[in-house]
Ligand binder design. Structure first.
Ligand code: DX5
Ligand code: ZN
Length: 218
C-alpha cells in the first residue's frame, strides 16, 4: 500500500488560537496544511481569504495546500500566490477555461491542482491531468467539515490512479471529506496518496495519535 501524506484541514481548528493549532499538527506529523477557501457562492459557506494564508505562512514550514471553493477563481489566484500558497487547487465546476486557469497558477510558480465534486465524472479531468501536480477528489459535497464520506467516490479514485499509472504521471491523488481511519484505509487501497482530514484530527485531543492512525498501514 502507498505511504500516505496527511493534510489537516484547519477549517475544524480553533480559529482563536490558529497558530498553536497549526504547530500542533506540524509536530504531530502532518505533511501539508489544507486551507479551505469558501465564498458563499460556489459553496453555501464563507471562510477565509488571502489574509489568513499570509498570516499562516511564517508560522509553519509545511507546504500550504489551498483549496479554492469559489466562483471566478482566476480573479484571486495572484493574491493567494502572493500570500504564500504552495498548492492552489481549483474546481472543474468553477472554471470555464480550466487550462488557462491551471497555466496561470503554474506561471506564478505555484503547484496547480484540479478538484472534482462527488457527482463530477473523472472524464472531466482527462484532458488536464497531465498539466497538474495534484488531483483532488471530493468525498463529500464541499462546504462544511464533519460530513459523511461518500463511498461511491472510491471507484473514481481507482480510475484516477489508473490514468496516473498508465500515463506514468507524477501527480498526487488527494481526497477530501469524511476521512477517518476506516475511510482512510479504503482511500489508500483505491490509490489515494494524500488524505485531507479536518474534524477527525482537530476533534481529537491527541492530534499526533489521530495523524498516526490515518497513516497506519494496519
Ligand atoms: C469541505 C472541505 C474539507 C473539510 C473536510 O468542503 O473542503 O477540507 O474541511 O472536513 P472533514 O475532514 O471534517 O470532513
Ligand atoms: Zn478542502
Amino acid at each position: 500500500m502507498i505511504m500516505v501524506k496527511i493534510a489537516p484541514s484547519i477549517l475544524s481548528a480553533n480559529f482563536a488560537k490558529l497558530a498553536e493549532e497549526i504547530k500542533d499538527v506540524e509536530k504531530g506529523g502532518a505533511d501539508y496544511i489544507h486551507i479551505d477557501i469558501m465564498d458563499g457562492h460556489f459553496v453555501p459557506n464563507i471562510t477565509m481569504g488571502p489574509l489568513i494564508v499570509e498570516a499562516i505562512r511564517p508560522i509553519t514550514k509545511l507546504p500550504l495546500d489551498v483549496h479554492l471553493m469559489i466562483e471566478n477563481p482566476d480573479q484571486f489566484i495572484d493574491a493567494f500566490a502572493k500570500a504564500g500558497a504552495d498548492y492552489i487547487s481549483v474546481h472543474v465546476e468553477a472554471c470555464p477555461h480550466l487550462h488557462r486557469t491551471i497555466q496561470h497558477i503554474r506561471q506564478l510558480g505555484i503547484k496547480p491542482g484540479v478538484v472534482i465534486n462527488p457527482a463530477t465524472p473523472v472524464e472531466s479531468i482527462k484532458e488536464i491531468i497531465n498539466d497538474v501536480d495534484l488531483v483532488l477528489l471530493m468525498t463529500v459535497n464541499p462546504g462544511f467539515g464533519g460530513q459523511t464520506f461518500i463511498e461511491s467516490v472510491l471507484t473514481k479514485i481507482e480510475k484516477v490512479k489508473q490514468i496516473v499509472d498508465e500515463r506514468n504521471l507524477d501527480v498526487e491523488i488527494e481526497v477530501d471529506g469524511g476521512v477517518n481511519p476506516t475511510t482512510a484505509k479504503l482511500c489508500k487501497q483505491a490509490g489515494a496518496n494524500v488524505l485531507v482530514a479536518g474534524s477527525n484530527i482537530y476533534q481529537s485531543s491527541d492530534r499526533k495519535k489521530a495523524i498516526e492512525l490515518l497513516k497506519s498501514e494496519e
